[in-house]
Design a protein. Structure first.
Lengths: 353, 266, 244
């Protein structure tokens, strides 16, 4: 799910940097305020472990394929949401810088898609409510906690991966980079990540269960009873919270979609395209672009871009510019080769000096 | 299980590259960081059909690779992470946008072909730029630059510590994985019955390790704030260099350099 | 001078690791701390450094080891961990050696100068810019010693300084230890190394001091050693294992 720089426009990438930066800033403040520095080494070792652990193949029974570890849920269950988020940010940064997994400009978006949901949504809306719930209260408390850990891990990984995948689609579409329609892109991404989320959830729960058996005090929110946690939510209340989330997310989406009768995909896909289609002198109806949202977005896009959208010239009108572009590019290629030779020469000269 | 092995050798490789000596390596890390950021933003902001405008951006890697002595082949290997992604997302343009925009001889060139190329080139160029940054700057200097930009010390400390322990963990997991596979011939990965204990064991051991690590930090006076050796001042020379480089990059972004050059001849 | 009086220490309630340990360590001494696994060697060291709670008294140069004195105590006791990876947490050797110095308020320039000096004293100046994860086992151990030495402690505590080292690197460490002009407290199972480096030996068993005397006497006493889960140093072992 690591996005490359090319998938994003600088505007969207910048917005995501602001969003992730805010979350990271809050986490740093929070960590400083209610925590001792002793947490830093634990965070570092845990994130290093998750980083390496993501490279281990876990064979999925009955299939030839293998799954991987889902970092966000695991880290926030071990370290809490704030420390977990910062650890994930560090993991993603190292992946980006040293392994070219995800671009530098897309780092803000990647942190949001993969760390924010896993740590904050996963923790506050899934992990904590479920572990504090009165589910399975007819069973002995250890067995009940085991079940709750499993359920929270699986639901958490599935939900946060779905949100992440949806964000990838949204960010790409808002950037107006590809012709791939929003709906088709979504249909491609969401089901794949449903399967991935399920497997990652099972792996995460297996690891967390092992920790629970051996050292339960390492898990967040688990010893709630012994710490005298009073605010136990009932199953109903937890379901109500989950339902509210579903309504909120779903409602938001349909609101978005309803602004354009032709459907969600064109509403989002079209907005980035409208500038282009105008310039191409194409009939807007072909694209079904007419929503206010789309127009505003296009406006913003146009005003914030360095240059207004560069339109590809029509066949018959400006062959000249095309040819000059091609010839120019060839010259650039020659210059590049020349620079490369000179640059090497310069370095060697300095090395000898 | 070559993946974890490969990761270890890639980390070593990047270390070695960053320790080299060249005019680029000796630049102030903040200069490199700012110029790289400007380059990536400008490259990514090219409109989707502006191939001739985008193309001159290759001048930047063409200059930096030879000057830094970083072999292009190492960078090419990094592409394997991004090429499938670019290909999958980009290829839809080829099918969905088939209006012919011009012909090269008898071959019709469609808008989709152009936008696919632009998309692909952008991806490669952005990746190359960040690769060049990391390959020519040691981690401690990069972190010093981040501190100068005002990143909180907790985050930078975490980054340094994590990076240090990534290689330790890779070694440990590699050994565990080898031990597992030697006794589980024919398996491609970890069987689900040991999913939990495999990583869980290491996790518990690592928590003890973290405790010892914290002790050893305390013994040497750690009180929650990290003090760094720091980095040389950002001099006037560095400011000018940054301004000129960023200026050149922005120029390439604003002016279609290919067409400008071509116009002189056509 | 380090004084331990009737020290009790426990990780779990009701299961003490140190059970009334008393010991005086005088300035300039080299003491070998030996005993079977679980005898309490590491725990004793950690208690001296204030890393784990204890009851009884531990005085370092007259200062009781307790929270208000941690900084002073840790300034005079340097601790070389068994696992250098846990000690060398910064990316490069230079940064690691400088870490403690900067924390104790030295300026960057002073700290770097001190680092250069310590590294050259130990003959490892070439490691200065190296990455910690690229060092060999011997190089790691030497760098860890440098990081501790840089802080000029009057006492140095070492936990298994020669574990997992090849014979040549082991010899390098032994020579380094011999060249250090400080009070040394070395915990190890490598009795030959203790014989080479320490005049005095303390044998711990189940959290108590069971023997304390010259190394040349204690470490040649086969019965004493074997009753405490140890064996004669190899150099006295030519006649083969006991009973054969």
């Amino acid at each position: 799910m690591h996005m490359a720089d090319a998938l994003l426009s600088p505007i969207v990438a910048g917005a995501m940097y602001v969003a992730s930066g805010t979350a990271a800033g809050t986490s740093v403040v929070k960590l400083k305020k209610d925590d001792e520095p002793s947490k830093l080494p634990t965070m570092a070792v845990a994130s290093a472990l998750v980083f390496a652990g993501q490279m281990i193949n876990y064979t999925i029974p009955g299939t030839g394929s293998s799954g991987h570890l889902c970092g966000g849920m695991l880290l926030s269950a071990l370290l809490g949401p704030y420390a977990g988020f910062l650890s994930m940010v560090v993991i993603l940064t190292i992946q980006c810088l040293f392994f070219a997994d995800g671009g530098l400009m897309a780092l803000g978006a990647n942190c949001w898609n993969m760390a924010f949901y896993g740590c904050f949504v996963g923790y506050f809306l899934i992990w904590r409510p479920i572990l504090h719930s009165r589910w399975f209260s007819n069973m002995d408390s250890k067995a009940a906690t085991r079940l709750k850990i499993t359920i929270a891990s699986v639901i958490g990984c599935i939900l946060t991966l779905q949100l992440g995948a949806f964000s990838v689609v949204l960010e790409t579409s808002l950037s107006g980079i590809t012709e791939l329609p929003f709906g088709a892109f979504m249909a491609l991404m969401q089901p794949i990540h449903l399967a991935i989320g399920l497997v990652e959830g099972l792996i995460t729960s297996a690891v967390l269960l092992y920790v629970f058996e051996a050292r339960p005090e390492l898990l967040q929110e688990v010893d709630a009873e012994e710490k005298g946690f009073q605010n136990k939510r009932s199953l109903k209340a937890t379901l109500a919270v989950l339902a509210a989330v579903v309504v909120f997310v779903g409602g938001g989406l349909s609101l978005f979609a309803s602004s354009n009768p032709d459907g969600l995909e064109w509403a989002l896909f079209g907005n980035a395209e409208s500038g282009y289609s105008e310039n191409m002198a194409l009939d807007e109806d072909d694209y079904g672009v007419s929503s206010d949202v789309a127009d505003t977005a296009a406006d913003i896009q146009e005003h914030t871009a360095f240059l207004p959208d560069y339109a590809f010239p029509d066949n018959d009108s400006s062959v000249g510019t095309t040819v000059s572009g091609i010839v120019g590019s060839l010259i650039v290629a020659v210059i590049a080769a020349g620079i490369a030779v000179l640059g090497g020469f310069f370095r060697k000269k300095q090395a000898n000096a | 299980m070559s993946q974890i092995d490969r990761a270890a050798s890639e980390l070593r490789e990047m270390d070695d590259l960053a320790m080299k000596v060249s005019p680029i390596h000796s630049l102030h890390p903040l200069v490199k960081l700012l110029v790289t950021a400007a380059y990536i933003v400008c490259t990514a902001s090219f409109p989707k059909y502006d191939l001739s405008g985008l193309f001159p951006m290759i001048l930047y890697p063409a200059l930096i690779f030879p000057m830094s002595g970083i072999p292009v082949s190492v960078c090419l290997r990094k592409f394997r992470a991004v090429i499938p992604l670019l290909a999958v997302v980009g290829c839809f343009d080829l099918f969905l946008d088939r209006r012919t925009v011009f012909s090269l001889g008898n071959i019709p060139v469609t808008a989709g072909m152009v936008s696919f190329t632009v998309f692909f080139l952008k991806g490669i160029l952005c990746l190359t730029a960040s690769f060049l940054l990391v390959a020519t700057t040691t981690l401690d200097r990069l972190c010093a630059a981040l501190r100068m930009l005002g990143l909180p010390s907790a985050l930078v400390t975490l980054f340094l510590l994590t990076f240090r322990y990534v290689s330790v963990m890779i070694d440990e997991l590699y050994a565990m994985n080898t031990a597992y596979l030697l006794r589980a011939p024919g398996q491609k990965g970890i069987h689900y019955s040991v999913w939990g204990s495999f990583l869980g064991q290491l996790l518990l051991r690592s928590m003890d390790r973290a405790a010892e690590l914290y002790e050893s930090m305390q013994l040497r006076g750690f009180d929650g704030d990290m003090r760094y050796a720091g980095c040389s001042q950002f001099s006037l020379h560095d400011i000018i260099l940054t301004a000129v480089s960023v200026g050149a990059i922005v120029f390439l972004r604003l002016v279609n350099f290919s067409r400008l050059l071509g116009g002189l001849f056509v | 001078m380090v004084e331990l009086r009737d020290v009790y220490c426990e990780y779990e309630k009701g299961n003490p690791v140190l059970k009334g340990t008393s010991l005086n360590i005088y300035d300039g001494e080299s003491i070998g701390l030996v005993g079977a696994n679980g005898a309490g060697k590491s725990t004793l060291m950690k208690a001296m450094l204030g890393l784990i709670p204890y009851t009884g008294d531990i005085l370092v140069d007259g200062l009781r080891v307790e929270k208000s004195n941690y900084q002073a105590v840790r300034k005079s006791l340097g601790f070389v961990l068994q696992n250098s990876d846990n000690q060398m947490f910064m990316p490069t050797v230079k940064e690691d050696v400088m870490f403690g110095l900067l924390n104790y308020g030295m300026s960057s320039e002073e700290a770097e100068k001190k680092t250069d000096q310590v590294l050259s004293d130990l003959g490892i100046s070439h490691l200065k810019e190296r990455h910690n994860h690229r060092l060999s086992g011997g190089e790691k151990r030497m760098s860890a010693i440098a990081a501790v030495l840089a802080m000029d402690p009057s006492h140095i505590l070492m936990d298994e300084p020669c574990s997992a080292l090849d014979p040549r690197n082991r010899r390098v460490i032994i020579n380094t230890v011999l060249g250090l002009d400080r009070t040394m407290i070395i915990a190890s199972h490598d009795l030959d190394m203790i014989l080479d480096t320490c005049k005095r030996t303390v044998i711990l068993s189940e959290g108590k001091v069971v023997a304390d005397g010259p190394s040349s006497v204690l470490l040649t006493d086969r019965d004493l050693l074997e009753s405490n889960g140890l064996e004669l140093p190899l150099r006295y072992y030519q006649s083969g294992p006991a009973g054969s």
